[in-house]
Design a protein around this ligand. Structure first.
Ligand SMILES: [Zn+2]
Length: 205
């Protein structure tokens, strides 16, 4: 199975050699799929998916978390999925500091939320108000790693990538959609419709 994975990754890389090709890839996002998907290695079914990006040619692809970890040595996904699992069982627990940092880097949480959470990350006894804030931040992780959010984000990125080759296209609106997505972890129905209309109108694939 893993030869199929290395072949697929090499095809999307600049280098033709696995050892250097795999160094070109960085972790971007992790999400849990609702429909079962097939990994690049051919393994089916997979649910925990990582989106990785090639740092040189900006190609991106989705790989099952186990393969990302085993063959590309990328560990971020593991940490995220462990935290998701824990919070789905008990939403009053804490995510790991690495996952908190991931949300902060992706601008899903504010400075205040980031500071509050790290200051109270090991606290077992919290006031009800503090607990509400922790749960609200936990929910942001669950929303941000949902299938729905990921598909909106990949649609936004599709348009942004396409627009690099199409200078006549005004990116103002799509940039504002991306900012709004980063702030809320999702798009409103109205925003999703507008995004799909752009994709259709310009024939973006
Ligand atoms: Zn795989």
């Amino acid at each position: 199975m893993h030869f199929k994975l290395t072949d697929e990754i090499i095809k999307l890389s600049e280098s033709d050699l696995w050892n250097s090709a795999k160094m070109e890839w960085n972790f971007e996002y992790a999400y849990q799929s609702e429909d079962l998907q097939t990994c690049l290695c051919g393994h089916y079914p997979i649910k925990n998916i990582c989106v990785i990006e090639n740092t040189i040619n900006k190609n991106s692809t989705e790989v099952g978390n186990c393969c990302v970890n085993k063959f590309l040595g990328i560990e971020e996904g593991n940490k995220i999925f462990v935290s998701i699992k824990r919070l789905k069982i008990d939403p009053e627990k804490s995510m790991s500091p690495e996952v908190l940092d991931y949300l902060f880097r992706k601008k899903v949480i504010t400075d205040f939320e980031n500071k509050f959470y790290s200051d109270t990350i090991r606290k077992r006894k919290m006031s009800s108000k503090q607990l509400e804030i922790r749960k609200r931040i936990n929910k942001k992780l669950i929303t941000f790693t949902s299938y729905e959010s990921n598909s909106s984000l990949s649609r936004i990125n599709l348009v942004l990538k396409w627009s690099e080759q199409n200078e006549s296209f005004d990116r103002t609106f799509i940039n504002s959609l991306k900012k709004s997505f980063e702030r809320n972890g999702k798009l409103s129905d109205k925003q999703s419709t507008a995004l799909e209309n752009i994709i259709k109108k310009w024939g973006i694939e």
